[in-house]
Design a protein around this ligand. Structure first.
Ligand code: ADP
Length: 503
């Protein structure tokens, strides 16, 4: 029997779990046995353990709810498992997984409790770290959601403030959202619009085959729709001219493959432009008639002036002639422009000797220019079918610009050539040049480079007219230029097939 007991004690001592027995029949349920592992685990020696209630293991950390569970189990004589914070003798925390079970006598009275404990500090630490990581991640997600929400609010406030009608479509052209300006412009409600197909809106105003084709191309090709004009009798608002731009949009992580359409009502703008054009056209016509008469009178006066006339008088008359001529060409420019605007420019295409015409034009300009030498070289063609006076007008304009905008230089070059089945003319000056951002705009009506406005006379029409004339002949006019170095204005004109083999 004694042997059995010592074997049992040896077995308990070699367990890696800490084991204790408490005597429930004595006051305060004291520990009456502990194995070696329990001493190792807690750092207390046997004599510091026996006779104590287990609570010394929690030191001051008394408010753990697990303690209530343990107390209740003792009261009920039941078993329980808890994970509880315990402290070694030196104060080091260890997590104790405590399994407590009652031992009853034959009458069923709970006499003892056996407690088996395992140090689960490492597992607990890993669990807590995981929890901590989770918390960090959750807080990052919360932060990201917040900033996404903020940027969405930011975007939507821009969308709502923009003074243009905006529509967002899904890939099937269903309206996902619209801004307030759209609602106001088209006098419609959100319910009438959102969730509907674009082509079914209103009275089918956007159901235009060409527009459909362009919009359907946006997602597959990423090509935007630019400046598409829609003139339509819209419900509620009547006949309007709308300018439409559409792009594919994507917000990373949120959505892709959406189409944003921006619609601008340009009815009034177009009307103002039309009135301005009408005014210019009427004004230039009205000015032209009396000016032609004045020009005639000046010519008569020049013819009738006696040789004996006063030098001062002769000089005044000569200058009057020059200014009348300048006024005449300004008005002619305006008339040309309004004719182009109304599509009334007439081309009188006839065959003429191109190179000869250019040489003559150069000679004429040279005769009136003392400051610059115009050097012409190369050959284009002797036989070109086009409107001679218009082509001469283009070369005159390019030459007078080359002289006007190069006051510090004294040379202008004209080079004629033949490139494939095109003739080419290039006018090069060594003048002030044109900044890259202005190079496209100088062909627009009334555009003049900012800084030259005051220094040089002009209306910003010449190049616009030249461009239109060249376009009307099927050619192109362009500029290459570097500020401070000079500019080359070139144009090409297609030669008719039968002319191309002549040289
Ligand atoms: P205008 O000469 O009456 O202003 P144009 O239409 O002929 O009108 O030219 C438009 C603008 O282009 C000019 O105002 C000038 O700023 C610029 N420009 C034209 N030709 C030249 C040139 N050869 N060198 C530099 N700038 C030029």
């Amino acid at each position: 029997m004694k042997q059995d007991l010592s074997l049992l004690i040896q077995a308990l001592d070699s367990s890696i779990s800490g084991i204790i027995l408490t005597d429930n029949q004595q006051p305060d349920n004291p520990i009456i046995y502990c194995n070696k592992s329990f001493e190792r685990m807690t750092g207390y020696a046997r004599h510091e353990i026996i006779g104590h209630n287990c609570r010394f293991l929690q030191k001051e950390d008394r408010n753990q709810k697990e303690r209530l569970l343990l107390r209740k189990a003792v009261e009920d004589g039941a078993e329980c498992v808890v994970e509880i914070r315990n402290y070694q003798k030196n104060g080091t925390l260890f997590w104790n997984e405590l399994y407590m079970s009652p031992i009853k006598n034959e009458q069923g009275v709970v006499c003892y409790f056996i407690g088996v404990q395992n140090d689960i500090t490492r597992r607990k630490k890993a669990e807590m770290e995981l929890l901590h990581q989770q918390e960090i991640m959750e807080s990052q997600i919360r932060q990201r959601t917040k900033s996404l929400k903020e940027s969405e609010d930011y975007l939507s406030s821009i969308v709502q403030t923009v003074r243009e009608s905006l529509v967002v479509l899904d890939p099937a052209f269903k309206v996902l959202s619209i801004n307030d300006h759209f609602l106001k412009t088209f006098k419609v409600s959100k319910e009438e619009t959102e969730g509907k197909l674009l082509y079914e809106l209103g009275n089918g105003q956007w159901d235009i085959p060409k527009l459909k084709e362009l919009l359907e191309n946006i997602l597959p090709t990423n090509n935007p729709v630019e400046e598409f004009e829609v003139e339509h009798d819209f419900p509620h608002i009547g006949k309007k001219l709308m300018l439409l731009n559409a792009h594919r949009i994507e917000l990373e992580g949120q959505y892709k493959d959406r189409i944003l359409i921006a619609i601008e009502d340009i009815t009034d703008r177009r009307e103002i432009e039309r009135r301005k054009d009408d005014f210019l056209s009427i004004a230039s016509h009205e000015l032209k008639t009396p000016l032609t008469t004045i020009k005639g009178y000046v010519q008569i006066m020049q013819r009738l002036m006696p040789d004996s006339a006063d030098d001062k008088f002769k000089d005044i008359l000569r200058k009057t002639g020059i200014y009348v001529e300048r006024l005449n060409s300004l008005i002619a420019e305006l008339l040309d422009m309004s004719r182009i605007q109304t599509g009334n420019i007439e081309l009188h295409k006839e065959e003429f000797d191109f190179d000869k015409a250019i040489h003559e034009a150069v000679e004429n300009i040279q005769a009136a220019t003392k400051t610059h030498r115009i050097i012409i070289s190369g050959k284009a063609t002797n036989n070109y079918a086009g409107d001679e006076s218009h082509i001469v007008q283009v070369i005159n304009n390019l030459l007078s610009n080359a002289v006007k905008y190069a006051p510090e230089s004294n040379e202008v070059k004209v080079y004629l050539s033949r490139v494939s089945n095109f003739l080419k003319v290039a006018v090069t000056d060594a003048g002030m040049g044109i900044k890259i951002e202005d190079q496209k705009r100088i062909f627009d009506r009334f555009f003049r480079v900012g800084e030259i406005q005051q220094r040089f006379p002009g209306m910003g029409i010449g190049l616009y007219v030249c461009d239109q004339i060249i376009k009307n002949h099927g050619g192109t006019l362009w500029v290459e230029s570097e500020p401070g170095k000079g500019s080359t204005f070139s144009f090409t004109l297609p030669l008719e097939e039968r002319n191309t083999n002549e040289r």
